[in-house]
Write a protein that binds this ligand. Sequence first.
Ligand SMILES: O=C(O)CCC(=O)C(=O)O
Length: 244
Amino acid sequence: MALGINPGIRKLKINPTGMDLSKVFNHIEALGWTSVNTRSTTDGQWGMLSLRGYSSDPRKAGKPAEECAPRLANDGEVIFTGPNVALSKEFVKEKVYDGYEFEVEYLHEGGELQNCSIRYGDVFNIIEDILEPLPCEFQRIRFAKLEAGAFLEPHTDAIDQSFGLNDGSIARIAVPLKTNPGATFSSFPQGLDGAERKIHLELGHYYYTDVKGWHCINNTGNEDRIHLLIDCVSNKDIRRLILQ
Ligand SMILES: O=C(O)CCC(=O)C(=O)O
């Protein structure tokens, strides 16, 4: 049975992490962020660095276009007609992502799922402690930076069919590693015409974020916001943690 549950955003009952991550941030700055341009961000305002993904190169945070195969929308409309179309930036931008301008290279990463070269470096060992309470295997694990003053306008990641809570689907957990009160995550559980549910994700806590639904993020603070985005492979234990 497909799980029709749409929990939007939920705080998980896991004790928040409270470690000093300054060495991690310094190291990431030295390695450099990979800029992901969207319609509302340019020139590194939205940046990624990968610990696990489809390349050993931490700068390659994308996933295979095959994850975004053909499917039908509820009203019967074909909303993504095949992997090759993912290579058309225009189509992805205008027709599929509806507001989220994915870079072609970002979407079309071709390798096997693997740990990136930096994952077990001494500096990042500390991140393993953050992952430890999550009872599941992992797909991609990324640091994501939203610069001070930047925002991602409302979008859905529904292009990626792997999101969900059924066994084997992907549940995204976000853990704020650096944040400020002006950093918010908004979800629109009834769609864009419905109410906006805006919350600040607290430092070190774990949040399930339903990125298949409409959402946007904002950083009106004076400091960058850095989240660890953990793509969990759903199973009954992680589902229980999310839905309890
Ligand atoms: O950083 C986040 O929590 C969400 C990022 C986001 O909007 C996305 O990956 O689609």
